[in-house]
Write a protein that binds this ligand. Structure first.
Ligand code: SF4
Ligand code: SF4
Length: 196
């Protein structure tokens, strides 16, 4: 008797939907989602917004954000298999360039490892006018220029920007060595702003 009942239920399910699709679907005729809006899934990167400041790299609690330099490029990657989805990278990014998405189906076959396992992006680097060493992402240098022009006291901004344009052509080591020769002394702006 029990088997007959089971058979009838099984036959009914051919004509009526007995289960719902997971985690998103339509029931009955209405779209639904069981994915919470606050879900912390795979980090995604907006390469255009990223300035290559490395704040996410320094803040990553699982040490899974890595980068290496290749010619005039700095190549970043996040290994999703090691990510703990803590959201620290999103919290510290000054440009809102990295965000945790609601993508959570992250298992993959080995042949799709590169595409599914890693989040990758690239930033172009600037080389030092004196020694040729690549020292910072070009986008980061440009962003600092923009911030100075917006935030510094207008009385000194023109002069400070001119100095920054010279200063930003050199790596930190050459800036120190050549500071007298290239005539850069950023502390002069502090004095004029009354900060001692
Ligand atoms: S979510 Fe956390 S563990 Fe994952 S990449 Fe960002 S900082 Fe690192
Ligand atoms: S701009 Fe954001 S995503 Fe890009 S390196 Fe800095 S913290 Fe990371």
């Amino acid at each position: 008797m029990k088997n007959v009942k089971t058979l009838i239920e099984a036959l009914k399910s051919f004509y009526n939907q007995e289960t719902i699709s997971y985690p998103i679907g339509e029931w009955p005729g209405k779209k639904y989602s069981n994915i919470p809006e606050t879900l912390r899934g795979k980090p995604i990167i907006d390469e255009e917004k990223c300035i290559g400041c490395e704040a996410c790299y320094n803040a990553c609690s699982a040490f899974t954000i890595k980068f290496f330099e290749d010619g005039n490029e700095r190549k970043y990657n996040i290994d999703i298999n090691k990510c703990v989805f803590c959201g620290r990278c999103e919290d510290v990014c000054p440009e809102d360039a990295i965000k945790l998405s609601n993508e959570f189906e992250l298992t993959h076959f080995p042949e799709r490892k590169e595409e599914k396992r890693y989040v990758k992006w690239i930033k172009l680097l600037k080389d030092c006018k004196n020694c040729g060493e690549k020292f910072a992402a070009i986008d980061q240098i440009n962003k600092i220029h923009e911030r100075i022009s917006l935030n510094i006291n207008p009385k000194v901004s023109e002069e400070a920007l001119k100095d920054y344009e010279i200063y930003s052509n050199y790596c930190p080591k050459c800036r120190k060595i050549l500071s007298y020769k290239i005539g850069i002394n950023p502390t002069k702006y502090y004095l004029r702003l009354g900060r001692g």
